[in-house]
Design a protein around this ligand. Structure first.
Ligand code: ARG
Length: 578
């Protein structure tokens, strides 16, 4: 019996008094967050959730709260009932609390929190999530990094709670940039460099070709010509393009591996040149396609106001970014029939996706309502010591080399079998925790110093805590079951706080699954790390009598297990030594 069962027990009592079905009350009963002012109570129920509080003066709510509380009774599960402002607090029998939480954690393992009643009855959905989506031959900027780690988190979370997830990468692999790239490569490209360092070489060629085209009309013409050949699927142009695409994907895959990210499908804008024509035809048949004086094909968007429209075809007949997205969305729906399609990009594309979903709706695709754009804010100042970041690898390398330096200068650092791998995992954890700490839509200023602090609210601290808890298990042995643990040994305030915190995990997962914000989990794990560190300090295992030692080890093991579960959801691989 843990969180769900306690909530159900409390709901049953409330339901008797309030004459409301217990199911309606379950979601209004919350485990109380652990705070510095240590709380004795474990759960709270806000009376305003069942009263129409807006109509009542405060004093009335308080009166109702008192009255309701007086009608509730303690029993062998609930040992104390008290009231606070507008809420009723419930304290669970101390030993029962400790025992049940530990038992649940050990029993459910990696599914702790997910097996909670909060997720029961959740229909299993098919979810297609598109994220990362870099542009070939252009820089893999911080926005792509954010899209990658956020998309990966959402995919992990959805999968963990039982949905069927398809992870898709939609490459920017078509457009005029390939005209420049093709011509540029023929002029000053190098086969050798392309093999050695494809992403970098392609960006170099692209930048140089761009400059050349600005200075020289003939280069510009050649580039246009190359793109025209590409669009006409001429063999030579197409095979060069195919090579650029292949070597880029190979590099991306290698890079994603460092991030612990994978995709089920690599799609891209190039897939939809022909299908764009079908989309335009459909728009025309439905009388949605209009022409401007200049000959641009547009679709009016009445939802956004009378005069607003979206351009879908240039006057020379070529498609636009949104046209390809229309074709891609329809194709994804036809092929996979997902219940939900999620797109993760920075917030500069909010309006693009609004237009996309609106046009789909105008075309009669009801499923457009089940499409969702998850926008995120900008990061300023992500630089390496060498200067501006061009490739994702630069950031990852910088993070791990800084961690390595710091590890080398710390006395407590252990002899590691693979220090580089540890540094990479710590570095990545630092980047992810920093990035996920706030609301996704907020912008933030990046600072290596802040990200890498070993004591602050950082990924370094979380990894460090995990490693320390893990080493306890190595030193004193792993507990495999807790039925014989004496819960009376876990009644110190620091132990209780930790247990109360573990009790809340399902609510945190639920919150993140609802609004897709990783910050709930991040703040939870940071608090868990702090609580575990304090408990570790005051509740020694070494030197305690066996019964006490074993109870403490199981508590620390439970904390570590949840820390690891949460980290994995965020896309972090927990380390075992540091
Ligand atoms: N390649 C685009 C960019 O870098 C992002 C693609 C987002 N996805 C989409 N379906 N439009 O800005």
């Amino acid at each position: 019996m843990a969180a769900s069962c306690f909530r159900r027990r409390i709901a049953a009592q409330l339901s008797n008094v309030l004459e409301m079905p217990p199911d309606n009350l379950m979601k209004s009963i919350h485990a109380i967050p652990v705070s510095k002012k240590r709380q004795a109570a474990d759960f709270q129920f806000f009376v305003s959730s069942v009263l129409d509080a807006s109509k009542l003066p405060k004093s009335d709510i308080q009166l109702q709260t008192q009255r309701l509380a007086e009608q509730l009774k303690c029993d062998n599960v609930v040992s104390e009932i008290s009231t606070g402002e507008g809420r009723i607090n419930f304290t669970i029998n101390r030993e029962l609390l400790a025992k049940s939480v530990l038992q649940q954690v050990f029993q459910d393992g990696s599914e702790y929190g997910i097996k909670s009643e909060l997720f029961s009855g959740l229909p299993r959905r098919k979810i297609l999530i598109e994220f990362s989506s870099p542009n070939i031959a252009k820089k893999f900027h911080v926005g792509h990094l954010r899209s990658t780690i956020i998309g990966n988190f959402i995919a992990n979370l959805k999968e963990a709670i039982g949905h069927h997830v398809t992870r898709m990468n939609y490459l920017g692999d078509w457009g005029m940039q390939f005209g420049l790239l093709g011509t540029g490569f023929q002029q000053f490209g190098s086969e050798e460099k392309l093999k050695l360092n494809p992403l970098q070489h392609l960006v170099e060629v692209y930048v140089e070709a761009n400059k050349a085209a600005e200075e020289d009309e003939t280069i510009k013409k050649m580039a246009q010509d190359f793109f025209r050949k590409l669009e006409a699927h001429e063999e030579e142009a197409l095979s060069l393009w195919q090579r650029f695409r292949d070597v880029s994907i190979e590099e991306y895959v290698r890079m994603y591996k460092r991030l612990g990210v994978y995709f089920d499908e690599y799609s891209g804008e190039s897939f939809y040149q022909e299908k764009c024509q079908e989309v335009l035809k459909m728009l025309d048949t439905k009388d949605l396609l209009k022409k401007t004086k200049e000959g641009t094909g547009i679709v009016y968007l009445p939802e956004k106001g009378d005069q607003s429209y979206s351009a879908v075809v240039r006057n020379d007949g070529t498609s636009l970014y949104i046209t390809r997205d229309l074709a891609a969305a329809i194709d994804r729906m036809d092929r996979c029939y997902p219940d939900t399609m999620i797109y993760v990009t920075d917030k500069s594309q909010i309006s693009h996706f609004q237009q996309l979903f609106q046009i789909l709706k105008l075309m009669g695709h009801k499923w457009a309502e089940r499409c969702r754009h998850v926008p995120f804010g900008r990061v300023q100042g992500m630089k390496t010591r060498k200067g501006e970041v061009v490739f994702l690898e630069d950031v990852l390398d910088e993070a791990s080399s800084m961690v390595l330096e710091r590890m080398a200068s710390t006395k407590t650092t252990k002899e590691l079998v693979n220090p580089l791998e540890t540094a990479q995992r710590v570095g990545l954890a630092a980047l992810i925790i920093q990035d996920f700490k706030g609301l996704l839509s907020s912008d933030y200023q990046f600072s290596w110093d802040r990200v890498l602090q070993s004591q602050g609210d950082t990924g370094v601290f979380v990894q460090y805590t995990h490693a320390r808890l893990h080493s306890l298990e190595e030193k004193f042995g792993k507990v495999s079951q807790v039925s014989h643990i004496n819960p009376a040994c876990l009644q110190d305030p620091q132990a209780i706080s930790l247990i109360q915190h573990l009790l809340r995990y399902d609510e945190i997962l639920y919150q993140s699954s609802q609004d897709l914000q990783p910050k709930h989990i991040v703040l939870y794990l940071l608090a868990l790390s702090r609580l575990a560190a304090v408990a570790h300090k005051v509740l020694p295992v070494k030197g305690s009598v066996p019964e006490l030692a074993e109870a403490r080890i199981s508590l620390f093991q439970a904390a570590r297990s949840i820390l690891a579960n949460g980290m994995k959801l965020l896309g972090i691989t927990p380390i075992t030594k540091m």
